[in-house]
Design a protein around this ligand. Structure first.
Ligand SMILES: CC(C)(COP(=O)(O)OP(=O)(O)OC[C@H]1O[C@@H](n2cnc3c(N)ncnc32)[C@H](O)[C@@H]1OP(=O)(O)O)[C@@H](O)C(=O)NCCC(=O)NCCS
Length: 244
């Protein structure tokens, strides 16, 4: 990544590349290379995978050949959503950490927080129990997993009964607000219905903007309570026979 940032002046593209980027992004800028250079400089996150750099900034991704510094293309960020495979379970640690609500201006908790038994229960031996179901989002350009949503029937914050799987969801920060979370949720609802479940629950801090996201997806607040560290939480339930 530092290699790319140290060589921004080497970025270039072809006429065809510039036309493609203008078309894909509906871009009015006269100088596409200059525009991309600024986006790379201000990047949210950069992945180096295989022969390319993938630069994410706002709601776009720019693909750059790592050897020649040719800007190959740029697209709005999008992802395909699929059922979680056992080989994906390793990424649950990261998504469990990313699911922890950090209010604006607050310090993120240390990574070790996921080792707390009350939190680790969301992923411990995932796949071994009935109700362990999940989906992941693979970003289209890089193929990286950028989000996950999963359920378990566990005695955790959002437990309502032994027939109702409790949901957890998160995206890597650079990929939030692009519609990927909505796609993950809709796919997970299908998976839950296919597995015979009629509802799913969750626990969310009252201040988390995700409350609106859940309401839009058909969740209803059924209870308000203080959690063990004094946060005010909503328990929310989604009836799966109600489609949105
Ligand atoms: C909540 C989350 C999964 C939603 O996925 P997403 O792809 O960002 O959501 P979409 O683009 O499909 O929908 C946008 C909605 O998501 C919510 N949202 C967007 N960014 C968010 C963020 N940084 N944190 C929490 N919620 C967010 C908002 O409700 C937003 O709607 P609004 O713009 O009307 O307020 C994702 O933002 C996230 O990972 N947030 C941090 C982790 C988290 O809070 N998980 C839930 C714990 S209970």
């Amino acid at each position: 990544m530092s290699d790319l940032l140290a060589n921004l002046d080497k970025l270039h593209t072809t006429d065809l590349g510039a036309a493609r980027i203008r078309r894909n992004l509906n871009l009015q800028a006269d100088d596409v290379v200059l525009w991309c250079r600024e986006a790379v400089r201000l990047h949210d996150v950069i992945f180096g995978i295989g022969k390319n750099w993938y630069v994410y900034r706002g709601d776009i991704v720019i693909t750059i050949n790592a050897k020649s510094y040719t800007i190959i293309t740029a697209h709005p960020i999008n992802a395909k959503v699929r059922v979680m495979r056992p080989s994906d379970y390793v990424c649950l640690h990261e998504f469990l950490y990313q699911a922890i609500f950090v209010p604006i201006g607050a310090e993120p908790p240390p990574r070790s927080v996921t080792g707390d038994p009350q939190i680790f229960i969301y992923i411990k031996d995932f796949g071994a129990q009935t109700g362990d179901l999940g989906v992941v989002a693979e970003e289209n350009e890089s193929g990286q997993i950028v989000g996950a949503a999963w359920t378990r029937i566990i005695s955790a914050y959002g437990h309502v009964d032994d027939e109702t799987p409790e949901l957890a969801i998160s995206l890597l920060p650079a990929f939030r607000g692009c519609g990927i979370g909505t796609k993950l949720m809709k796919k997970l609802f299908d998976v839950l219905r296919d597995n015979g479940y009629s509802r799913t629950s969750l626990s969310v801090q009252k201040d988390n903007p995700a409350v609106r996201f859940y309401e839009r997806l058909g969740y209803q607040i059924t209870e308000e309570k203080l959690d063990r560290v004094g946060n005010e939480d909503f328990i929310m339930i989604k009836e799966l026979n109600v489609t949105v």
